[in-house]
Design a protein around this ligand. Structure first.
Ligand SMILES: Cc1cc2nc3c(=O)[nH]c(=O)nc-3n(C[C@H](O)[C@H](O)[C@H](O)COP(=O)(O)OP(=O)(O)OC[C@H]3O[C@@H](n4cnc5c(N)ncnc54)[C@H](O)[C@@H]3O)c2cc1C
Length: 404
C-alpha cells in the first residue's frame, strides 16, 4: 500500500521552474510539496546562466544581496570567436535592470540557494529521491501524483499538480497532452577540461565553418559543449578520440595542453537537443510549465530564464485562488495565455539560430563572417538587441507579491 499525503499544490520536478514556483507559492502561505527524483541538485547538463531579469526578480524578493555573495562570474558582454574573428554579440550595459550582467553560477548552487530559502516557509516541503511515476485521476480530473521513493511508493493528492519535470516529462505524457515537435539539426557533446590562470575570459562560443564550441567558466574547469549534427556522435566516435581532441583544439588552441584529459568516451556525454511545446499546457487539476510545457534548445542560453518566468506567472495568477482552494481550468489557461507567445517567439529564434548560424547553412565562404555578425561588429547599438533578448526576454515577469 502506498503512503498518502494531502496538500494544496504538488510540483513534479525540482529544476528552475519547480523550485521557483514552490518558493513563490510557499512564500504566500500555499502548502506545496516539490518532488525531485534525484537525491540533490548536484548534476550536470543544465546550463549555468542566471539572467538580468532573474536577478531583478531576486531583488524584488529581497534575496539579491545574499545571492550575489554566492560564488559566480559576472559577464557584461558576450563575445564569440567566429571563423577566427572575435565579435561582440551582446552588451548588457544599457539594460533597464539593476544587474547589467549575466551571472554564471552552477545551477546546483542556484537551486540550493533558492530551496534553502523556500525551506524557511513552513508551507514548503522538498522531497528528494521521489520520482513521479504516475498521475492519480478522479474521473477526468488530475487529483494527485504517485511517486517512487526509497523503500516504497507515495501518493500525494492535491488541488493542483504542476508538471515541472523537464523535457522528458512523465507528467505531460501521463496527462495525454499533445506535443508539437520542431526539428532540431543539432545535438551537443558535453565534457569538462581543466582551466588555467592565463586562459582567455569566458566567451559566448567559438563558431567555425558552421560548428560551435561553447566553454563555460566553472572556476577551476571549463564545462564544454561541442555542437554536432544530429545523430553524428557515432561517426565522431568511429574517427577516434585523437581526431576528436584535434577538433576541439582547432576551435580553441589554448586547450592543446589538456585536451588529452578526454581520454575515454565515457567522459563525453551526448545531450539530445529538442524543441517542442504542448498545444494545451493544462487540463483540469494540472498545469505544465518550463521545459515540461516547452523543451528548449541551449541556443541563446535562455531556457532557464523562460522556465523561471513561467513559475512567476503561475504564482502571480494562481496564488490568491490556491490560498483558499482549487483553481479552475480557465485559471490555468490564463497562465498558458500569458506565457505562450514569449515561448513561441524564443523557440522561433532558436530554430533560426540552428538553421542559419550554428549549422551555417547560409555561410558559403569558410573564412567569412555571416552578415548578422558583421552588423553586430560594425554597429555597437545593435548589440543591445541580443542583450535584451537574452538578458530579459520577451514579456518579463515581475513578482506581484499577491497574497503575501
Ligand atoms: C545541453 C544543454 C545546455 C543548456 N544550457 C542552457 C544555458 O546555458 N542557459 C539556459 O538558460 N538554458 C540552457 N538550457 C536549457 C535549460 O536547461 C532548460 O530550458 C531549463 O533547465 C528548464 O528548466 P525546468 O525547471 O523546466 O526543467 P529542468 O531543468 O529539466 O528540471 C526538471 C527537474 O525535474 C526532475 N525530474 C524529472 N523527471 C522527474 C520525475 N518523474 N519525478 C521527479 N522529478 C523529476 C529533474 O531531475 C530536474 O531536476 C540547456 C539545455 C541543454 C540541453
Amino acid at each position: 500500500m502506498a503512503e498518502i499525503l494531502q496538500t494544496r499544490c504538488a510540483i513534479a520536478g525540482g529544476g528552475p521552474a519547480g523550485i521557483m514556483a514552490g518558493y513563490l507559492l510557499a512564500r504566500a502561505g500555499v502548502p506545496v510539496i516539490v518532488l525531485e527524483k534525484h537525491a540533490d541538485f548536484f548534476r550536470d547538463f543544465r546550463g549555468d546562466t542566471i539572467h538580468p531579469s532573474t536577478l531583478e526578480l531576486m531583488y524584488e524578493l529581497g534575496l539579491l544581496e545574499e545571492f550575489l555573495k554566492q560564488p559566480h562570474q559576472e559577464v557584461r558582454e558576450l563575445r564569440a570567436v567566429i571563423n577566427g574573428q572575435s565579435v561582440p554579440i551582446a552588451d548588457f550595459a544599457k539594460l533597464p535592470t539593476r544587474c547589467k550582467f549575466i551571472a554564471f553560477m552552477p545551477q546546483w548552487d542556484f537551486l540550493n540557494f533558492l530551496s534553502t530559502h523556500a525551506k524557511k516557509f513552513s508551507s514548503f516541503q522538498l522531497l528528494v529521491q521521489h520520482e513521479v511515476i504516475d498521475l492519480i485521476f478522479d474521473q477526468n480530473r488530475v487529483a494527485g501524483v504517485r511517486a517512487k521513493k526509497p523503500g516504497g511508493e507515495l501518493d500525494i493528492r492535491a488541488d493542483l499538480i504542476i508538471g515541472a519535470d523537464g523535457r522528458h516529462s512523465i507528467v505531460q505524457a501521463r496527462a495525454g497532452l499533445e506535443r508539437q515537435e520542431f526539428g532540431v539539426p543539432i545535438d551537443v557533446l558535453w565534457m569538462r577540461m581543466s582551466k588555467k590562470q592565463n586562459d582567455p575570459q569566458q566567451s559566448f562560443g567559438f563558431f567555425q565553418h558552421g560548428k560551435l564550441l561553447v566553454l563555460l567558466d566553472r572556476g577551476d574547469y571549463w564545462q564544454a559543449g561541442f555542437v554536432i549534427p544530429k545523430g553524428g556522435f557515432d561517426e565522431i566516435k568511429a574517427r577516434g578520440l585523437p581526431q576528436f581532441q584535434n577538433d576541439i583544439v582547432s576551435f580553441a588552441g589554448f586547450l592543446h595542453d589538456r585536451v588529452a584529459e578526454l581520454d575515454d568516451w565515457s567522459k563525453i556525454k551526448l545531450l539530445t537537443v529538442q524543441i517542442n511545446r504542448l498545444r494545451d499546457w493544462c487540463r483540469d487539476g494540472l498545469l505544465c510549465i518550463g521545459d515540461s510545457a516547452h523543451a528548449m534548445s541551449p541556443a541563446g542560453g535562455v531556457g532557464i530564464n523562460l522556465a523561471i518566468q513561467d513559475a512567476v506567472a503561475t504564482a502571480n495568477l494562481l496564488t490568491e485562488k490556491l490560498q483558499t482552494g482549487p483553481v479552475s481550468v480557465d485559471d490555468l489557461r490564463k497562465v498558458q495565455a500569458r506565457r505562450q507567445w514569449p515561448t513561441r517567439l524564443i523557440q522561433t529564434m532558436q530554430v533560426f539560430i540552428h538553421r542559419n548560424l550554428v549549422t551555417g547553412q547560409t555561410s558559403h565562404r569558410k573564412d567569412s563572417l555571416p552578415i548578422v555578425f558583421r552588423l553586430l561588429k560594425w554597429f555597437p547599438v545593435l548589440r543591445q538587441v541580443p542583450a535584451r533578448f537574452i538578458g530579459i526576454g520577451p514579456r518579463p515577469e515581475h513578482y506581484s507579491g499577491r497574497g503575501r
